[in-house]
Ligand binder design. Sequence first.
Ligand SMILES: [Zn+2]
Length: 509
Amino acid sequence: MPTADERAIDLRDQALGVLCAPALRSMVEMVVFSPDPDIYEARSVDGLVRFVRHSDRTRWHFHIVKVEGRDPLLDQDPTRFSPLAAELAAQQPRREENSYPIAFERIAQIFDHPCAPDLCVLHTAAHRPSGHRGEHGSLGVVQSRAPFIASGAGILRQGMVDGHCRLIDVAPTVLALLGLEPGPGVGPTGEVVDGMLLSRQDGRTLTELFDPEGNPSAHVVVVLMDGANANVLYDAAANGVAPNVGRLIENGAALAHGGVASLPTVTLANHTSLNTGAHPGHHGVLHNAWYDRSRGRQVVTESPATWQEAMRWLFPGVETIHEALHRHRPDAVSVAINEPADRGADYSTFDLFRRGEVGRLAEGVPEPLPHAHAEWVAASEDYKWGSLVDASAINQMTSIWAGEYLGTRYQIPDFTWISFSLTDAAFHEGGPHSAIAQAALVDTDARLGEVVAAIERRGVTEQTAIVVVADHGMEQTALNCPGDWGDALRAAGIPHRDEASGFLYLGDM
Ligand SMILES: [Zn+2]
């Protein structure tokens, strides 16, 4: 009789055989898994790579121990397919053309989570699982590349910089801009090291963007444009379509190859990475949904019913920007607008959800909605909803920055996070290179202008830094590439659960 472990390995190998067969090559880019602790493998239709992880206490090192056929992770060039012309010239790149920046680190961290899947299926650039023209979630560079711009107090004026960062670098960078002193904390390898700004930190401070002569910023405002493709945003800034973004780049720095999202390149996992400086496998909010085998239950984080409770899944010892700021400066004021990764904020939109007062968000939102393309609001339910949500975000931000919102008085916040949704809705609906995506950028840029104006009205522009970022990239899918790998697994009689499209848990559950 085979043991339970032997049966699990046998099932995994059967599933790998199905997923990496030529029949699924148009939808499955590769499958990644961890056969043993600190050992990882990526397999595709035409090859595999196995790599191992070692710690030197402060950081991880990765070594390839086996390659068969074509190494699926051979190309990890973060500069591939940027700027926009390069992306447009190679849409839906084939696996031999694609690149997977920082692949080893981004894959390995998933399997540090106790609810990591048995297999993580990564879809191809062309695959269109949801009927959307724009997609993300995979390891490829276009789906992983968010914009990253920092501008204003404390930031050197460099314009477009030939570089990239990781989204986990944003939280420590924000805290360093605010002048916090680093100290001991749990670093990337899980060991306590010096130089940390958060109690659990994978990312690093982007000191190369700082003005060595400058003072710390008294105020930092982060503007997240959900799902905004970095190349498209930078192009809109350069062409005058997004003049407010353009001014921020002119007065600061934009990383040409963007901020690389953690894996999976999806919304809630990366909102939480941005706000904690840790990878999803280390902060706890692993994906939009996963399966907890030890408790025999599904966990859904990203849904209208569960957004507001998402922070309950943070691991012990993880800190948000809000919490780290308050640890150093108990009387600092911090604000989280339309942001589910909000723990520790003095004001958070999701507190209104948790208190059952969500109806109050409509108070003070002008009608008709300002900065909203009327033709797209009329044509698309998602565009209309995103416009309404973002108009409410602006109403919250400008009211708090003016000193009062919903009857509560505020001093000028030290730290403000504001998340815009319209970009994600429109970039999904039409794809990143569509007219609806351009309209969303115009509207969102105008809202960014309102954020800048609210800062100016308080007379603190010179003391304020603004960061613009997104939570993942967005790739134009192919019209002719739908399908579900679950059909092939079911046909082969392989029992499994597929959570959030690609997190496979094998066996009867
Ligand atoms: Zn998103």
